[in-house]
Each structure stands twice: as C-alpha cells, then as structure tokens.
Design a protein around this ligand. Structure first.
Ligand SMILES: Cc1cc2nc3c(=O)[nH]c(=O)nc-3n(C[C@H](O)[C@H](O)[C@H](O)COP(=O)(O)OP(=O)(O)OC[C@H]3O[C@@H](n4cnc5c(N)ncnc54)[C@H](O)[C@@H]3O)c2cc1C
Length: 396
C-alpha cells in the first residue's frame, strides 16, 4: 500500500496533520490503535479561549461542555489570585466528542482514516523510513509512505523506533483526575491549586457546567497518580472537599503530559514529530489540545509541500506561544528548586508567576532580595503589568 503521508495517531495533532496534508493534495493514510477515537479520555478537557480563537477552529456545539470567564489560583491555601485576562478565559470540551469530530474532518478533507489500526514497526534505511508494518483490524500490512508524521503521543512509539527522544522522563507530568458531580453550584471559573500537598505541579477543578467537573492533579517527574493519591488530595483540601465528595465519581482519568518547552518542529529523515510526541504543549500548564492541533496542521501542510520546511513554518506559527510557555515553566521549576525559600514561599512565588500576576524576572529579583512582596507592592506590580488580576487573602 503506497501513500504520500502516513499519520500515526488520531489525537488533535494527527487529525490536524491528516486534514492539512489532504487539503494540500497529498494521499494520506491516518491510523490510530484505539478502537474508538477519543476514548479513553486522558485530559482535563479545558481550552484557553485566546489560543482557540487564533487557531481558527470552530468548536462543534456538541463538543462544548461549558465556558468559563476567568481562572482562580488558590495558592498555599492562603492566597486567592483571579486572572480575568482574555488568555485565562476558557472552554471545557468533551474530548471524546472533539477528537472524533476532528478525525471526521480529516476524512472529509480526503484522508483515509482508520481506527483499530496499529503501527507495529518501521523498516529504516539510515534515517529514512522505507516502509511501515501496520496491523489493520487484525491483519498485518506493509505501507510505503514518502513521509511519516508521528502524532502518537507523549510516549511516542515512532520516537522509540527511530531512536530519538523529545520528552525526557523528568519533563513529563503524571496526572490523575475524577469526573465528579458537585455538592453545590460551581463558580464559572477554572480553579488551580498550588500547594505543598500537591508538590511540583498543580491541582485543578475544571468545570463541565455548574454541577460537574474534572478534579485532579499532576506532578512533574513523579510516576503515576494513583486513585488513592487523588482521592486523599480532594478529601484533604478544604476548598475542593467543600464542592466534592469522593463517594461520587463518574469517570477516572489518568495520563502523562510532556512539558519540555519548545523544541521547534523536530524531525529525523522523512519523519516529522508533532503534538505531544514532540513536547508541543504550553509547558507551564501542560495545555496541549489546541497547540497539538495547530502544530499538527503545520506538520501536515509541510509534509505535503516541503517536509524540510516544517521547523521554519512551525517557529513562525507557534514559536512565540510555545517558547513563552517554556520560559514560564523554567521560572516556576527554578522557584520550586530554590532551597533559600520555605515551602510556603516557593508555592506563593510559583503561583504569582503561573497566574501571570507578576513577571518571572520581577519575582526573581524579589527572591534575590530574600523576601515576599507586600500587598501594596503586589498591587503596584500587577497594575504596572497591565494584567486584569485580583489578589486577596483567603481565610480557610
Ligand atoms: C492528566 C492530563 C490532563 C490534561 N489536561 C489538559 C487540558 O485540560 N487541556 C489541554 O489542552 N491539554 C491537556 N492535557 C494535554 C493533552 O491531553 C495533550 O497535549 C493532547 O492530547 C496532545 O494531543 P496529541 O494528538 O499530540 O496526542 P494524543 O491525544 O495522546 O494522541 C496520540 C494518539 O496516538 C495513538 N497511537 C499511539 N501509538 C500508536 C501506534 N503504535 N499506532 C497507532 N496509533 C498510535 C494513540 O492511541 C492516541 O490516540 C492533559 C494531559 C494529561 C495527561
């Protein structure tokens, strides 16, 4: 079986890539080992509205669960930082539905889309893939593509088969969450928790309407978030447990998210890597749905027109956002590993940077001076930065 472009994986990156390559005139085969695209969900399902707008993707109404006006950060169980800037307004999606619809759009654009089809091995001539062995619904077949797009997720089998690694283990966050029904109405905002009880990551309440939400946490470099760990955190956090009772869980979701920071459009020979397989997330929060889709579009168009141009095209389209996300992630990791700070100071400083209340360089200068900002200084800094941020003490 010959094709111009073989796309491995039909998450947002693979579907974007398959669609763009087909629209650019390539003969595309796109496969996913899942029997049902989008299932199981391994995601908090939230999308930042500004990036969504820039992507041009029109979310199908049936894939939208709820819309949030702002994001609230609860830091060290003592500070409430609400960012009302446009980048912190969000939409929660039903990933099962969204991924299926994106795969269908790739098929409508002319790609051959096959669920229940697994890439088993690659036959390489140096760096060049000559053929791929794929199991289509139980039957092994050989595919001879001109270009392969690896959109096969954080633990990319294609990366292993080609001997590269874009996501080192210390740059992968391990997450676990429950979809739950709330005991009382949820506010129309996403809530993010930075605190010692979570560790090097954050906890979240991502609403799916006023009475349902994804509730969980992710940590960098710590293997696996067990059901017990998530349950203990929910039960032990006074804000989270005021909304949720872990006796009532409607879905358990676990997974890994890459946060290496921007590495351009990595490739080897005739293989282009995109989405999580290339670590293309907003690294400081691990947001990857829309970044993967946008990077996938660039990979697909490049594969069809000029594979060598992938890195340059990607830097032009996504370089700014993904680099900024990587810089914030580095600043946050730097604060967490600064032994001159107490745990409380670490989480407070990281919360102020993650919420974009204070730029990383201002925070670094304060840390250098060895002190926390006073409320008046905070107010002045935030006002000067032009952010629509409100900060108040939390009494719990
Ligand atoms: C706990 C958690 C919470 C998250 N929350 C959010 C969030 O709220 N918002 C957000 O934007 N991002 C979130 N993310 C990140 C987001 O889910 C990913 O960045 C996004 O799914 C990346 O898309 P992708 O297409 O690159 O990879 P994936 O969605 O992982 O798709 C890869 C596909 O490749 C397929 N595949 C793998 N190997 C093979 C093979 N050999 N043959 C065929 N197919 C194969 C897989 O079956 C899979 O369908 C979260 C991640 C985790 C782990």
């Amino acid at each position: 079986m010959d094709c111009d472009v073989l796309v491995v994986g039909l998450g947002p990156a693979g579907s974007g890539a398959a669609k763009a390559a087909a629209e650019a005139g390539a003969k595309v085969l796109a496969i996913d080992r899942k029997r049902e695209i989008g299932t199981p969900v391994q995601c908090g399902e939230v999308i930042g509205r500004s990036l969504l707008k820039r992507s041009g993707l029109k979310l199908p109404p049936q894939a939208v669960a709820s819309k949030q006006t702002h994001t609230r950060f609860i830091v060290d169980r003592s500070l409430d930082i609400s960012n009302h800037g446009p980048q912190w307004a969000s939409i929660t999606v039903e990933r099962k539905m969204l991924d299926k619809i994106l795969a269908a759009e790739a098929a409508i654009a002319g790609a051959v889309v096959q669920a229940d089809s697994t890439l088993l091995s690659l036959d390489m001539d140096g760096d060049i893939v000559r053929s791929a062995t794929v199991r289509f619904r139980g039957v092994e077949k050989e595919v001879r593509p001109k270009v392969v797009i690896a959109a096969d997720g954080v633990h990319s089998p294609v990366a292993k088969m080609t001997g590269v690694c874009w996501n080192t283990p210390d740059m992968v966050a391990h997450g676990g969450e429950f979809e739950m029904v709330a005991k009382r109405p949820l506010p129309r905002c996403m809530q993010i928790f930075l605190e010692e009880e979570v560790g090097l990551g954050y906890g979240w309440i991502i609403p799916k309407g006023r009475s349902r939400a994804n509730v969980g946490l992710a940590e960098v470099g710590v293997r696996g978030q067990t059901r017990n760990r998530v349950q203990d955190w929910i039960d032990g956090n006074p804000v989270v447990s005021s909304y949720f009772d872990t006796e009532s869980i409607i879905e358990v979701k676990t997974g890994d998210a890459p946060v290496p920071g921007f590495q351009g459009g990595p490739s080897i020979g005739n293989v282009l890597f995109t989405g999580d397989s290339a670590g293309q997330t907003l690294a400081f929060v691990g947001e990857g749905i829309i970044p993967a889709y946008m990077c996938g579009l660039v990979a697909g168009e490049s594969a069809a027109k000029d594979p060598q141009s992938y890195d340059t095209r990607l830097r032009a389209v996504m370089g700014e956002e993904l680099s900024y996300g990587g810089e914030l992630k580095d600043a946050i990791l730097g604060l967490w590993s600064d032994d001159s700070l107490t745990p409380s100071q670490k989480y407070t400083a990281a919360g102020l940077v993650m919420s974009e209340a204070i730029p990383p360089e201002t925070m670094a200068a304060l840390v250098e001076e060895g002190r926390e900002p006073t409320p008046l200084e905070l107010y002045r800094m935030i006002k000067k930065g032009g952010q629509k941020v409100k900060v108040k003490r939390l009494d719990i």
